[in-house]
Design a protein around this ligand. Structure first.
Ligand SMILES: [Zn+2]
Length: 385
C-alpha cells in the first residue's frame, strides 16, 4: 500500500489552498474549505503558513447572512516583483510587474542592426533600470523572463535567430544569472506571447489556441489542453517557414517561398509603392484610415496571405481560437476581415465556423508579460512544489 509522505501531503495542501486564493481572492477560510474539500483545521494551518510567508493577508470583513462576518484572505500581489523582457528585431521592451502581472514600470528602446553584444548591454542596462524603480517588498525580484524571436532549445539556449543574426554562442541565461543572481528563463517570443495572452489576455477562456505573432517574421505559439506545446527540442511553431510558393524567393532559413516572405509585416511594408518606402507603421495606419487606395489594396493582400497560412494552421490544429498579434491588424478591422475572407475561400465549411479569430488584447506587451508570468509561476511553484 502506498503511504504518502506527510511533508508531501502538506505541500500539496498548501498548493491547493494557494491556488484557490489566487483564483478566488478575496475568499474566506470557510469557503476555501468548501472548495478544496480540506477540513477547516487543515485550511487554517495552511493559511497561517501562507500569511507568515507574506504571500497572503487578511482584509476586513465579507458579507454574511448572519452571525459573525468572516475575515477574507487576499493574495499579496506585492510580495515580490518580476521582470519580463522582449528582445525584438528593432527594439527591446522591458516591464516590471507585480505578482499578478500588473505592469508597474515599463521601458522601451529602439535600435538598428545592433550586434549581439550591443543588444546584451542594452538588455542588462534595462534590467538595472527596472530594478532601481522596484518598490520594497518581502521577496524583491523573483526572477527575469526574456524572450527572443528565434529558436530556443529545451536547455533555454538560443540556437537560431534568423532576423537578429545571433548565433548559438550567446548564453543569455548564464549572462543574466551571473549579474542578477535570480532565476532566469529564456523563451521563444511567440511562445511567451501565447502564454501572456493565455494568462492575462484574450486567450484566457480557451484551452486550445494558436497565437500568431506577425512582425519581421511570423512565429506561432501553440497552446493545447492548456499547455504550451514546444515540440521535442523546443522548436515547434516555426510556421513562418511553411512553404506557400514552391519556386518563391529564397528565405534566411534555407527554404524557398516561406509564408513569412509574403505575410509578415516586413513583407507588407516592402509591398507599398516607392513614395511610402520610409513610412512608419503609424503613418500606414493613418493613410489607411484616410482611404488611400494603394495602401488599402496592399492591406487587403496582407490579409489574403495571412489567411493562406492560417488555413494550414486551422487544418493542422483545429484550435478554438487564433489570436493575431500585429500593430496594423490591431488598428485596422479591415485586415481581420480580409484574413477571414481568405480563410473562408479555402477551408472546409465545417472548419470555417469552428474557430474564433481574435486580436491580441495585450498588444506589444504580450511577450514580455508572458515572460514575466513564466517567472512568477516558477516563484509560486517554489513554495508548493
Ligand atoms: Zn523560411
Amino acid at each position: 500500500m502506498f503511504t504518502a509522505d506527510q511533508n508531501l501531503v502538506k505541500k500539496i495542501n498548501q498548493k491547493t489552498v494557494l491556488n484557490q486564493i489566487l483564483a478566488n481572492s478575496p475568499i474566506s477560510r470557510a469557503r476555501l474549505s468548501e472548495i478544496t474539500g480540506l477540513n477547516k483545521s487543515t485550511v487554517s494551518s495552511q493559511v497561517s503558513t501562507l500569511i507568515e510567508k507574506n504571500l497572503i493577508f487578511e482584509i476586513g470583513q465579507g458579507q454574511s447572512s448572519g452571525g459573525r462576518k468572516p475575515v477574507l484572505l487576499v493574495f499579496n500581489k506585492n510580495a515580490g516583483y518580476s521582470i519580463g523582457i522582449d528582445i525584438g528585431v528593432d527594439n527591446i521592451i522591458g516591464i516590471l510587474t507585480d505578482l499578478e502581472g500588473n505592469i508597474v514600470v515599463d521601458q522601451f528602446e529602439e535600435f538598428e542592426n545592433p550586434s549581439p553584444k550591443q543588444t546584451q548591454d542594452l538588455l542588462l542596462a534595462m534590467v538595472r533600470k527596472l530594478i532601481e524603480q522596484m518598490p520594497e517588498s518581502p521577496y524583491g525580484l523573483v526572477g527575469i523572463g526574456v524572450c527572443v524571436p528565434g529558436l530556443v532549445n529545451n536547455e533555454e539556449k538560443i540556437i537560431f535567430t534568423p532576423n537578429l543574426k545571433w548565433d548559438d554562442k550567446v548564453d543569455l541565461k548564464e549572462l543574466i544569472t551571473a549579474e542578477f543572481n535570480v532565476p532566469v528563463f529564456i523563451e521563444n517570443e511567440a511562445n511567451a506571447g501565447a502564454y501572456g495572452e493565455k494568462v492575462f489576455g484574450s486567450a484566457k477562456n480557451y484551452e486550445n489556441l494558436i497565437y500568431v505573432s506577425v512582425g519581421t517574421g511570423i512565429g506561432i505559439g501553440i497552446i493545447m489542453n492548456d499547455t504550451l506545446y514546444r515540440g521535442v527540442n523546443g522548436f515547434a511553431g516555426e510556421m513562418g517557414h511553411i512553404t506557400i510558393d514552391l519556386n518563391g524567393q529564397k528565405c534566411s532559413c534555407g527554404n524557398r517561398g516561406c509564408w513569412e516572405l509574403y505575410a509578415s509585416e516586413k513583407a507588407l511594408m516592402k509591398s507599398f509603392p516607392e513614395k511610402y518606402k520610409h513610412a512608419s507603421v503609424k503613418e500606414i495606419i493613418s493613410l489607411a484610415n484616410q482611404n488611400d487606395p494603394e495602401i488599402l489594396m496592399e492591406l487587403q493582400n496582407f490579409g489574403y496571405y495571412l489567411g493562406i497560412g492560417l488555413t494550414s494552421i486551422l487544418n493542422t490544429f483545429n484550435p478554438e481560437a487564433i489570436i493575431i498579434r500585429n500593430d496594423i491588424a490591431e488598428a485596422l478591422p479591415m485586415v481581420l476581415n480580409s484574413i477571414r475572407n481568405s480563410i473562408s475561400s479555402r477551408i472546409y465549411h465545417q472548419l470555417d465556423n469552428s474557430y474564433e479569430l481574435l486580436l491580441s488584447t495585450l498588444g506589444q506587451n504580450a511577450p514580455a508579460l508572458g515572460a514575466s508570468s513564466i517567472t512568477i509561476e516558477h516563484f509560486l511553484e517554489g513554495f508548493t512544489a
